[in-house]
Design a protein around this ligand. Structure first.
Ligand SMILES: C[S@@+](CC[C@H](N)C(=O)[O-])C[C@H]1O[C@@H](n2cnc3c(N)ncnc32)[C@H](O)[C@@H]1O
Length: 222
């Protein structure tokens, strides 16, 4: 039976319709004129994943990012993808059929949850911008709860920038394709916010004319 798709956050662009979920990877490929894969490969390389690490991918989608992380892990490493969408779950499970050290958990990330496990890396890519700020705080708390001391929170998402100073064409495209939550996300000081949450030792890498950033932050205490 088909269930009606309803958003919890009506203005969110990351709560994807079934159609977009089904075709998400292809849409990203087309929309980026084939450049998305190379970009994401570069960003994942910058995580410097070690063979025995454990990684939690929040809002993992089809598992495209996880499949690029997997070659860095040996059999002792572990990868857990987490998403709310049944369509993403099916794609993820299909992709990693038979991979003993890859698992999927169907779970909302905008509400507190506890997997009773600490990871070396919590990765979140193009998800956190799509929520109200108070919900982003819950997501950061969820990420922190699942990191060991010294573990890394890696946020791949929009950087901080001023829409008013963007070139007209860039502003037009950003406004057209992104949700209003993204306009708010770029206005926050994420390093300051993460510092308040017990993170430090930041590293940043910028992509796509500095509109996108991989921000990595170390969890400083238990
Ligand atoms: C824009 S896609 C990004 C997917 C993937 N991280 C990537 O970079 O390819 C957003 C993803 O977040 C998931 N998502 C949205 N809201 C969520 C929530 N509240 N809890 C868990 N996953 C969520 C969607 O199902 C979708 O897979």
């Amino acid at each position: 039976m088909q269930h009606k798709f309803t958003k919890l956050y009506p203005e969110s662009g990351v709560e994807l319709t079934p159609f977009i979920s089904k075709h998400y990877d292809s849409l990203m490929n087309w929309g980026s004129f084939g450049r998305y894969h190379q970009f994401i490969e570069g960003a994942i390389k910058s995580l410097h994943i070690q063979p025995v690490q454990s990684i939690l991918d929040l809002g993992c989608g089809t598992g495209r990012n996880a499949s690029l992380m997997l070659p860095y892990l040996k059999n002792e490493g572990q990868l857990v993808g987490l998403d709310l969408s049944p369509i993403m779950m099916a794609a993820f499970k299909q992709k990693f059929k038979g991979e003993a050290h890859v698992a999927f958990v169907q779970q909302r990330i905008d509400q507190p949850f506890d997997l009773k496990q600490s990871f070396d890396i919590v990765f979140i890519s193009f998800v956190i911008h799509g929520f109200p700020q108070e919900v982003r705080q819950v997501i950061i708390d969820n990420a922190s709860r699942h990191l060991r001391k010294g573990g890394i929170l890696a946020i791949l998402d929009f950087a901080e920038f001023d829409m008013d100073t963007m070139p007209t064409l860039h502003r037009f495209v950003f406004r057209k394709i992104e949700c209003p939550y993204a306009f708010d996300y770029i206005a926050h000081n994420w390093k300051a916010l993460l510092q308040e949450k017990g993170f430090d030792h930041f590293t940043e890498k910028f992509y796509i004319k500095k509109y996108v950033r991989l921000l990595q932050a170390e969890k400083m205490s238990e």
